[in-house]
Design a protein around this ligand. Structure first.
Ligand SMILES: [Zn+2]
Ligand SMILES: [Zn+2]
Length: 191
């Protein structure tokens, strides 16, 4: 967490002055903004400059401001099994407490545990980024039952006939196969 001063004009910075630090006061924040950077990893991410639909309610509480709602964003990535491109839209819940400067919460927690307001300003970016990244799959798939690629030719199983298989063409393997069959036939005295 940096201590850089927040820019009140930044798309994800919200001025909470109208809440007046009066516990229970609420304000809706409904905005469409552009992702300032890519969130996530190359295999599955919200691309830089993607539109983020922010739909949050900010509620003043004793110790700070609670941000609660949802964010919707496009994601793009690659299927971990068949490497096909994935284009999707995700909608994830956001819930984050921003502590007032000088509040007990601010003084008793580390800066990386709970986000802080700067004066009346709060930055939604870390809350939005965390919500999106936490919801991302460890193994992104184009569909839950994606059969992946044939290990021998690398062609997606979806594009191959059901009876697709590979014969051993390497003569050394062919020789071994022959031996194995001979052995199996010869080893018939066990029963
Ligand atoms: Zn796939
Ligand atoms: Zn194959």
């Amino acid at each position: 967490m940096t201590n850089t001063a927040l820019d009140p004009a930044a798309p994800l910075v919200v001025d909470t002055a109208e809440l007046g630090r009066s516990a229970g006061a609420t304000v809706e924040v409904v905005r469409e903004v552009v992702a300032p950077e890519a969130f996530g990893l190359e295999v599955y991410r919200v691309p830089e400059s993607a539109p983020l639909a922010i739909d949050l309610r900010l509620t003043a509480v004793t110790e700070g401001v609670l941000a609660n709602g949802e964010v919707e964003a496009p994601v793009s990535g690659e299927c971990a099994r068949c490497l096909a491109p994935i284009e999707d839209t995700v909608r994830v819940p956001v819930q984050e407490l921003y502590a007032y400067e000088g509040s007990v919460t601010e003084e008793t927690t580390d800066a990386d545990e709970i986000l802080r307001l700067q004066g009346d300003l709060l930055d939604l970016e870390p809350a939005v980024r965390d919500a999106l990244v936490l919801a991302m799959p460890v193994t992104p798939l184009c569909r839950p039952d994606c059969p992946g690629l044939c290990a021998d030719c690398g062609v997606p199983w979806d594009e191959l006939p059901a009876d697709h298989r590979h014969e051993s063409v390497d003569p050394r393997w062919a020789a071994l196969e022959k031996l194995r069959f001979v052995d199996a036939e010869g080893d018939d005295g066990s029963k």
